[in-house]
Design a protein. Sequence first.
Length: 127
Amino acid sequence: MQPYTEERLRKVMERIRTNDPARFVMTEWEDSGEPGTEYQIASEWDLPRLFPPCGAVMCIGGEAQVLFHGTRASALGLDVDEAQRLFELHGWPEQFQERWDSADTLEKRRDVALARCEHFLQTKGAE
C-alpha cells in the first residue's frame, strides 16, 4: 500500500456508502445500461436489480478508477496481490465471503463490502 491508499479508499467507501445500493456490483468492475432496465449478473441473480438512474454499476475498483483514474490497482496504490485481495470476492477473507453470500439485500451486500474495505485498511492490505 502507498501512503495515499487509505485516504483514497475512504473516499471510494464514502461514494459507495452514499450511492444507490443498486449501483454497487462486486462481480463487474463497471457496466452501464438504460436506467430502470433489468440488470442481471450470473453470479448475482439471487438479487435482481434495475440499472439505477445514472445507468452505471461498478465495484470497489471501478469506483476507484472513476475517482482517481489509472488502473483499479494504481488508482489506490495497490500491488497485484493487494488488488486481488480487495477487488476479487474469492480473494476476500472467508468471513467476508460468507457474509456476502448470505446477504439477502443490496444494502446488506454494500455494507459487507464496506466492512471488508475497513478490514483491508486495518490489516494494511495483508488481509
